[in-house]
Design a binder for this molecule. Structure first.
Ligand code: SAM
Length: 283
């Protein structure tokens, strides 16, 4: 029985499924995660869901400061004991989804406001955390996140297999799968494998666009009826006549018969720019 299993079997910290508590104790994968984050003593790291602190320990060995946000009070107590008095760790008992990341990190950051995120995420918050990080006022320069294998693949998809999630993540960051993590590397083992996903955030949009909000509006419309041709999906999604949707698509150089999953970021941007130039319909 592993040391971790021993700790978890003691009543007060029995893993809670509802909080996505699948702990990673395998040092091979923990090392791959911290390697992917290219950490140095200059780095401030935000860790989401430190749990029992296995990843936290590796992060503290390489980064300058770790701010760890944990929702489960039992885990917070355990972490306080495990890292008692370490001045390079700030433990925060909070729900990451209700946390203002900028406000939380500002006291620990130099003027450049540069930080990284490293997390073995509870699966149920994956999309909400991605959104929080990528749309934050102060974005991380890098995020290394353990997510479900299928989700990582969807995020890294190329035109032909794109989804709204892929468009959104790739608009803000360059994603790469570092490694697959078998379900058996976690305690307790989840039902599916995971992936270590590395997101390098972009300093500027990948293609110029007049209005980013319009890009997401038209992409949401396009993906609202995945199986339909863009002419019909965009028409229904934006509430405009099919003829107008077709004209818009043609003006952007996109064949109206194509489906949303085939479009590149550049094509979504072209569509948003046509929409902006023509006066976008009211949402
Ligand atoms: N980092 C540890 C590891 O790698 O073994 C634990 C990872 S476990 C998958 C996810 C952790 O996130 C759990 O400790 C859980 O209590 C915590 N958690 C779940 N929801 C959270 C939330 N909304 N905000 C902060 N932490 C959360």
């Amino acid at each position: 029985m592993s040391r971790l299993q021993g700790i978890l079997d003691e009543g007060p910290v029995r893993p809670k499924k509802s909080l996505g508590q699948n702990f990673l104790a395998d040092p091979v994968y923990l090392r791959k995660i911290v390697d992917a984050a290219d950490l140095s003593p200059r780095d401030v790291v935000l860790e989401i869901g430190p749990g029992t602190g296995n990843l936290t320990e590796h992060l503290l060995a390489r980064a300058g400061h770790v701010v760890a946000v944990e929702l489960d009070p039992r885990m917070v107590r355990l972490l306080e004991e495990r890292f008692a008095g370490n001045p390079r760790l700030t433990l925060v008992h909070a729900d990451i989804l209700a946390t203002d990341i900028g406000q939380l990190l500002r006291p620990h950051l130099a003027r450049a406001l540069v930080y990284k995120v490293v997390a073995n995420l509870p699966y149920y918050v994956t999309s909400a955390v991605l959104r929080l990080l990528l749309e934050a006022e102060v974005r991380p320069v890098l995020a290394v996140l353990t997510v479900q294998w299928e989700v990582a693949q969807r995020i890294c998809a190329r035109p032909g297999a794109m989804s709204l999630l892929a468009v959104a993540v790739q608009w803000y960051a360059v994603p790469r799968i570092v490694t697959r993590v078998p379900a058996g590397a976690f305690t307790p083992a989840p039902k599916v494998d995971s992936a270590v996903l590395r997101l390098e955030t972009r300093a500027a949009p990948p293609v110029p666009v007049a209005d980013e909000a319009l890009l997401f509006r038209v992409a949401r419309a396009g993906f609202s009826q995945r199986r339909k041709q863009l002419r019909n999906a965009v028409s229904a999604g934006l509430g405009i006549p099919p003829e107008q949707a077709e004209a818009m698509l043609r003006a952007a150089g996109v064949d109206p018969k194509r489906r949303a999953e085939t479009l590149s970021l550049g094509e979504w941007a072209a569509l948003a720019n046509v929409l902006a130039a023509g006066g976008a319909p009211k949402p």
